[in-house]
Design a protein around this ligand. Structure first.
Ligand SMILES: Nc1nc2c(ncn2[C@@H]2O[C@H](COP(=O)(O)OP(=O)(O)O)[C@@H](O)[C@H]2O)c(=O)[nH]1
Ligand SMILES: [Mg+2]
Length: 446
């Protein structure tokens, strides 16, 4: 997701950090690059321009230039402004106390309305609601069936009134939902290839009939500014309350994500990150900003780490990392922890700068590493330096591997130690809560 813009922005930041004394012209140079990166990602021209102007105003205005941490502060300002651009706060659904609360999903054909309807109902159920689904897409004969199939696979109720008139279907579904005690009705509407008058009047009629609490515009993130423009057109006819940004798992460049809230004044509420029905998440501006800026999804990683880590060993590890005492014994413990945390490649995608790192993570290699570490003596693990040629041969034999495997493990260990030091320095320079970061770091093994 967003690899290209991430790489560009990181490039700009790297240059910034390269200056010993940051001057106004260095900031301007970085901002030019940032602006270009935004435009290349298909961010709307005015959005990009205003964004850069805001960052500049703060970066130059807050008298940080010349200070030792000037570059970091510019990065931080950029990040903060990007969070604002993405809507600032996380915005959830606002369901009313009425039976049923109606959530209308609207958008162009193929944007992901039907899929997102089912995904959303699933999320609502998980939060304790009793949702039902209805399709009012009478244009395409298969559309009603499609929603039914999706609903069935999730064991969610799909109401299918007999009428083939959208408004009548909605009315009947509301009645049925009320009768059966479904508190939220998710309505999947028809789309078109383009915005047209007929569609808009159909939507207006549906809104008048159902008085929805939420009208969510479903936008295909891959279509960049086009998605933003359609959202604007839809917004002229019906008052949108949020966006669902789909297909973020594809190679979307970021333009839609970065412009749609700013241009329409309506927040992104959910994102679709895959075809599978569980690939759907609440939209979190902070995390998205960190991702786009290539800082990795630190928060996600920390959360994941927090779920699995024993506090004690983590803080011990943190202490060691700072004092450069990291041993193979720690490395071994990390590997074990990591197995508990789930797939390594998953984690890799969260790491800062992961988009630039060759992420060749081989899970079977990890198993091999574990066997090798098990074949070492405690003394060897505590003092990796003593592991000479003879010992390497013995360890390889004992673990059913070959010497080159042992060598590779030792090399990885050295790399990991370097990386850990690097990040721990970063952290000392004032980024992020040290405990959390340290805990996160214990998840790194290379
Ligand atoms: N990769 C990916 N595909 C998606 C996502 N959301 C929807 N799709 C796919 O996009 C296509 C169109 O989706 P559909 O829900 O039928 O769109 P609709 O015409 O707006 O109802 C389908 O093939 C979906 O599987 C997503 O978040 N990621
Ligand atoms: Mg559909």
């Amino acid at each position: 997701m967003f690899e290209q813009i991430s790489a560009k922005l990181q490039g700009a930041f790297k240059k910034l950090r390269g200056h010993a004394r940051l001057k106004e012209e260095h900031v301007d140079e970085a901002l030019r690059e940032i602006r270009l990166a935004l435009l290349e990602a298909d961010v709307q021209f005015k959005v990009a321009k205003d964004f850069v102007a805001r960052v500049r105003e703060r970066a130059v205005g807050e008298e940080i230039l010349g200070s030792l941490t000037a570059a970091q502060q510019v990065v931080k300002i950029t990040r903060d402004e990007m969070v604002m651009l993405l809507g600032g706060q996380e915005a959830g659904l606002e369901l009313r106390e009425r039976w049923p609360s109606v959530v209308l999903l609207v958008g162009l054909q193929g944007s992901g309305k039907t899929t997102s309807s089912a995904k959303l109902a699933r999320v609502l159920r998980a939060s304790g609601k009793h949702p039902a689904l209805v399709s009012v897409d009478v244009r395409r004969p298969a559309a009603i069936e499609q929603l039914k199939v999706l609903g069935q696979s999730l064991e969610l109720p799909v109401i299918d009134p007999e009428s083939l008139d959208p408004v009548e279907r909605a009315r009947a579904a509301m009645r049925e939902a009320r009768d059966h005690g479904f508190d939220v009705l998710v309505v999947d509407t028809a789309g078109r290839m383009h915005v047209d008058v007929e569609l808009m009047s159909e939507l207006e009629a549906l809104v008048a009939e159902t008085e929805p609490c939420e009208i969510l515009f479903v936008a295909d993130a891959m279509t960049g500014q086009d998605a933003v423009n359609s959202a604007l057109s839809f917004g002229e006819s019906v008052s949108l309350t949020g966006h669902v940004l789909t297909k973020l798992d594809g190679d979307a460049r970021g333009g839609a994500a970065l412009s749609i809230a700013a241009v329409t004044g309506v927040p992104i509420k959910f994102v679709g990150v895959g075809e599978k029905l569980d690939a759907f998440e609440p939209f979190r501006p902070e995390r998205m900003a960190s991702r786009i800026l290539g800082m990795g999804d630190l928060l996600s990683l920390i959360e994941k780490a927090e779920q699995t880590f024993e506090q004690e060993s983590a803080s011990e590890l943190a202490r060691k990392m700072q004092s450069d005492e990291l041993s193979l014994e720690d490395f071994r413990q990390q590997l074990r922890q990591m197995k508990k945390m789930g797939s390594l490649s998953d984690l890799m995608s969260f790491l800062p700068g992961a988009s630039q790192m060759p992420a060749e993570v081989d899970e079977s290699e990890l198993k091999r590493f574990e066997a090798i570490l098990d074949s070492m003596t405690r003394h060897e693990r505590d003092h990796p330096r003593v592991v000479n040629g003879t010992r390497r041969r013995r360890i390889a034999r004992g673990s059913g591997t070959v010497v080159s495997d042992v060598n590779r493990l030792l090399r990885r260990f050295t790399e990991a130690r370097k990386m850990v030091r690097k990040i721990s320095r970063l952290q000392k320079s004032g980024k992020g809560s040290s405990k959390k970061l340290a805990r996160m770091l214990s998840g790194l093994s290379r």
